[in-house]
Design a protein. Structure first.
Length: 323
């Protein structure tokens, strides 16, 4: 029987490459065992019959293309392993073609995994306006992408607000998610980190005008009334230990120099989820935005580790009758 361990790893950049190489070997071993034990064609059963997916892939593809408000622009590249997908959920208001996405895409291509990333509603090439960009909307769009673009379950890689979205997706559709990887995770940030610290003038401006630019950390963001109000309906850190039903493996990385989100947010995520397989890695000197070789290597090692843990969740390699 597999025993999961919740752990906290405090680390700098020393030893990251060794971790990555070891984790990659574990990834290959786990995938080899799974493929050997599940030979043959995989059919994804759905209420309306087998799921049909266009596996051509490419950049700037669209769902709901005929609707200017609802269209979702995404990139997808399909690997031969149809049941192992990795999806990147970007930073707040960031387009899909950024550093994290590029690194994860290259990782997926090297490892024959399916890669997926989309522009959020109200951002870049997707439809809608900033006023309609909310946690609820981004969660809904992510679920549609997972339902209609890929087969099997997916490792979600959430950047800051993307980590909040990935938690909501895992709560609402656990059947679509095999594991979670968070970078500078900031669930509940609208209430705890923004609203609680805004001046009365900024609060009044947001509510009166519908949106208002505010300073958060070293960056300026346009914060909308809808984002604040919708955030209150999607809070995940308020219920106490094991209050959020997310049983999947979770890997979180956070920077010791993050000016926007405190490190203890990652610890709180570990506390509220039901998963017993949660690892938090705090990287010395890393800021809110991941950058630099060592930080990207740490991210890829987290994804490696999440994939291996997800495989073990399904195929218990220590029990003789499993697999």
């Amino acid at each position: 029987m597999r025993v999961s361990i919740a752990a906290l790893l405090l680390t700098g950049s020393i030893g990251v490459d060794a971790w990555v190489s070891g984790s990659s070997r574990s990834l290959r071993r786990a995938r080899t065992v799974r493929q050997a034990g599940k030979a043959g064609k995989i059919v994804i059963k759905r209420d309306d019959g087998p799921k049909q997916v266009d596996r051509t892939g490419g950049r700037a593809l669209y769902l709901n293309e005929d609707s200017e408000n609802d269209k979702i622009c995404y990139d997808a590249f399909f690997g031969p392993d149809t049941n192992t997908n990795v999806m990147v959920l970007p930073y707040l208001y960031s387009p899909k073609n950024q550093g994290v996405a590029s690194q994860v895409e290259a990782y997926c291509r090297r490892n024959d995994l399916t890669y997926l990333c989309a522009d959020y509603h109200g951002v870049s090439q997707s439809g809608g306006r900033t006023e309609g960009a909310t946690i609820t909307r981004w969660t809904k769009d992510t679920i549609q992408l997972l339902d209609e673009v890929v087969t099997g379950k997916t490792i979600l890689v959430g950047c800051a607000v993307g980590a909040w979205v990935m938690m909501r997706v895992a709560m609402e559709r656990p059947d679509l998610v095999s594991g979670l990887v968070g970078i500078s995770s900031d669930p509940d940030f609208t209430e705890e980190l923004l609203w609680a610290n805004l001046s009365e003038e900024d609060k009044a401006a947001i509510m009166a005008k519908g949106k208002h630019e505010i300073q958060w950390g070293s960056n300026t963001y346009e914060i909308t009334k809808n984002l604040i109000l919708d955030g209150r309906d999607n809070l995940v850190l308020q219920g106490g230990p094991k209050s959020i039903e997310i049983p999947q493996p979770i890997r979180l990385m956070h920077g010791s120099s993050d000016e926007e989100v405190p490190v203890n947010t990652a610890m709180r995520i570990m506390d509220v989820v039901t998963s017993t397989d949660v690892i938090v890695r705090v990287m010395k000197g890393m800021t809110h935005f991941i950058e630099g070789h060592a930080e990207y290597q740490m991210l890829l090692s987290c994804i490696d580790d999440a994939i291996v843990a997800a495989e073990l969740n399904v195929y218990d390699l220590k029990t003789p009758a499993s697999g």
